[in-house]
Design a protein around this ligand. Structure first.
Ligand SMILES: NC(=O)c1ccc[n+]([C@@H]2O[C@H](COP(=O)([O-])OP(=O)(O)OC[C@H]3O[C@@H](n4cnc5c(N)ncnc54)[C@H](O)[C@@H]3O)[C@@H](O)[C@H]2O)c1
Length: 84
């Protein structure tokens, strides 16, 4: 499965990414690195961007649709806090 993890460079997110990677899943980390560290990402690829960079949309509050077009994720795991 292809899984996007927001906040994937943080404490909870990076452990989620590790568990997913070890289980053989593809991982996309979506993180603005405001508190996270790129070296904590042991699997997958990083998109360095903030959730607030995407337009507010009540149907898509996390701006996931934009990411969906560039990386065909099947599941998403939201970690960390929103800054808006
Ligand atoms: N036991 C420990 O050693 C330890 C260490 C760290 C944290 N903690 C605990 O873990 C909890 C917090 O963990 P967490 O993983 O939720 O927080 P975190 O701060 O570790 O991770 C949040 C992640 O989200 C990212 N982020 C924040 N705002 C963003 C935005 N607008 N767009 C994109 N990315 C964004 C940050 O860069 C970071 O990588 C707290 O309860 C804390 O006390 C424990």
């Amino acid at each position: 499965m292809r899984v996007m993890v927001t906040g994937g460079a943080g404490y909870i997110g990076s452990r989620t990414v590790k568990a997913l990677g070890e289980a053989g899943h593809g991982v996309l980390v979506y993180d603005n690195l405001s508190t996270g560290n790129p070296w904590s990402i042991l699997y997958g690829e990083l998109v360095e961007a903030g959730l607030e960079d995407t337009p507010l949309n009540p149907i898509d509050p996390y701006g996931m649709a934009r990411v969906r077009t560039s990386w065909q994720w099947e599941q998403a795991f939201a970690s960390g806090k929103q800054s808006r």
